[in-house]
Design a protein around this ligand. Structure first.
Ligand code: HEM
Length: 223
């Protein structure tokens, strides 16, 4: 373990593995969120909350994963900046893309969004009159649908979500393929497949997430 933490490759591997766990969370979360389009979000949230052990184990595990990802990615970025000043020609690597060069900034935007998002929908203190804990639906279930729709009907709120989803898409666009590369899960033969699949996955997740604020903002989904 000590060797893993002391080597640059080891730390990159930790960032890659933690990133892949977060992609799994992001896939499950968008599938859960999409139940809003079929009127099933309240039942889905109720089912989740009826499994507190699973919810808390996942929360603790994902908090550790997030901490590892943030800590080591900041450390690696700072080391890279020190060894390669920004104005060096060598930084203009042929394989560098806008998404790869901005990973630290898109990551910071997603982190900031996450704080806002938790205050909004988990702690429910940003728009308390529409908090799910304060409003029940006809079945007596906390009205998560009302909370999401009324929250995202505000232009400023939706704008924050849409901006964060753009940052998330860019982060995943580079991050998914890069994580496979770091873990050595790509060979000459599979490289182009992994790059394409990573890009397509990032686009699908982006569309899945952004659909919610856009459809609500257009008034096509009402509580
Ligand atoms: C349009 C986009 C999104 C919508 C509508 C949405 C919706 C929600 C809702 C309703 C909850 C509260 C669920 C409940 O407790 O009943 C929640 C929690 C959460 N969301 Fe999102 N979400 C979105 C995007 C994201 C993204 C992009 C991330 C990660 C980068 C994320 C991470 C989380 C986390 C970590 C929680 C807390 C889960 C817990 O309670 O343990 N969400 N989201």
């Amino acid at each position: 373990m000590k060797e893993l933490l002391n080597s640059c490759v080891g730390r990159k591997m930790l960032v890659a593995v933690s990133g892949q766990f977060m992609v799994l969370f992001i896939i499950v979360h968008v599938l859960g969120n999409s139940t809003i389009f079929f009127g099933g979000l309240n039942a889905y949230a109720e089912k989740l909350h009826s499994l507190p052990l699973l919810v808390w184990k996942t929360r603790i595990f994902m908090s550790i994963i997030l901490a590892v990802h943030v800590f080591f990615s900041i450390q690696i970025t700072l080391e890279n900046w020190k060894s390669k000043p920004a104005n060096y020609a060598v930084t203009k690597n042929l394989r560098s893309t806008f998404a790869s060069r901005t990973m630290i900034w898109t990551g910071a935007l997603i982190g900031t969004f996450l704080v806002f998002h938790l205050l909004h929908f988990t702690f429910q203190i940003i728009n308390p009159s529409f908090a799910a804990s304060a409003n029940m639906d006809a079945l007596g279930t906390p009205d998560v649908t009302l909370m999401v729709i009324s929250g995202l009907q505000h232009f400023v709120s939706s704008f924050i979500y849409i901006a964060a989803m753009i940052a998330l898409a860019l982060h995943l666009f580079h991050g998914i393929q890069s994580s496979f590369q770091t873990l050595g899960l790509n060979s000459e033969r599979t490289m182009s497949f992994i790059t394409k699949t990573g890009s397509v996955a990032a686009i699908i997740l982006f569309l899945g997430y952004i659909a919610i604020p856009v459809i609500i903002l257009l008034g096509l989904l009402k509580g």
